[in-house]
Design a protein around this ligand. Structure first.
Ligand code: IPD
Ligand code: CA
Length: 266
């Protein structure tokens, strides 16, 4: 059985190679290959090619593990470990040339269902900035070789918060009402466009907190481990008015309770 540290090293190695490929394809030009759940939800040829690279490397190096990827679906394994992969998180940024996108790779133990899995290792690599965030269970959260810690406590001027909006236009009114409830806690709000990076930014103290409804497992699997290993809290809540699309909140311990309550609306 590989240690969490060994899984982290593999995630880092594959994330670097995958990020280089994504970046190379970006410099060659991007074509939108298809739209998915809505017109805003796009996939490029690079998303698929990068996921194929990651999946191929994991199959070669960890043949008994399961796989859950955004573009190519799920396959269960025999080892109890599943790799949860977003080949390009921030695809709309990628398509528009905004330098905030990342490859996100996590190894989890248990059923590959958020809340029921235990995060073991994760790596999130933004090839444009060259930043590689990584963590392992019990081993801390890191940006390269710098150890990360969430902001604690938050400045009296208010919290710098991040959020995101789902692709389904029907959900926008609820998301905007949530922003209005949360703003009294905030000094300002960011919408970076890549959930994995939002979570890594909470871990790094670049954001005080983050909330978003309706994330997919691959959006948060690695970033959530970064947050908790950096001393923060990460949780999800089912919303009565939007079942099946839970709300996710991440922040340092002092901010977390108030942010969670404001975001849920309780
Ligand atoms: C999306 C990004 C975005 C978030 C969406 C995600 P994708 O992932 O993380 O910031 O607001 O909820 O689906 O589609 O670019 O991989
Ligand atoms: Ca993606």
């Amino acid at each position: 059985m590989a240690s969490a540290h060994e899984l982290e090293a593999l995630a880092i190695d594959i994330a670097r190679e995958a990020a280089e490929l994504a970046h190379r394809r970006r410099t060659e030009g991007v074509a939108i290959a298809a739209t998915k759940s809505s017109i805003a939800d796009i996939v490029t040829e690079a998303d698929r090619e990068v996921e194929d690279l990651i999946r191929g490397r994991l199959a070669a190096e960890r043949p008994d593990d399961g796989f859950l990827g955004e573009e190519s679906g799920a396959e269960s394994g025999a080892s109890g470990i599943t790799w949860v992969v977003d080949p390009i998180d921030g695809t709309v940024n990628y398509a528009y040339g905004i330098p905030a996108y990342a490859v996100s790779i996590a190894a989890v133990r248990g059923e590959p269902v958020p809340d029921r899995w235990e995060g073991l290792a994760g790596a999130v690599c933004n090839p444009v900035s060259g930043e590689l965030f990584h963590a392992s269970a019990g081993g801390g959260a890191w940006l390269g070789d710098e150890r990360l810690a969430v902001n604690e406590p938050v400045s009296a001027a208010g919290a710098l918060l991040g959020t995101g909006f789902g692709y389904d236009p029907a959900t926008h009114a609820g998301d905007l009402a949530r922003v209005a409830r949360v703003m009294p806690l905030a000094r300002d709000l960011r919408r970076i466009g890549a959930a994995s990076l939002d979570l890594c930014f909470v871990a790094a103290g670049r954001l005080d907190g983050y909330f978003e409804r309706g994330l997919n497992p691959w959006d948060h699997a690695a970033g959530a481990l970064l947050v908790t290993e950096a001393g923060g809290r990460f949780a999800r809540a089912e919303l009565t008015d939007d079942p099946g699309r839970p709300l996710f909140v991440a922040a340092g311990p002092t901010l977390f309770g108030g942010l969670f309550a404001a975001a849920v609306g309780s």
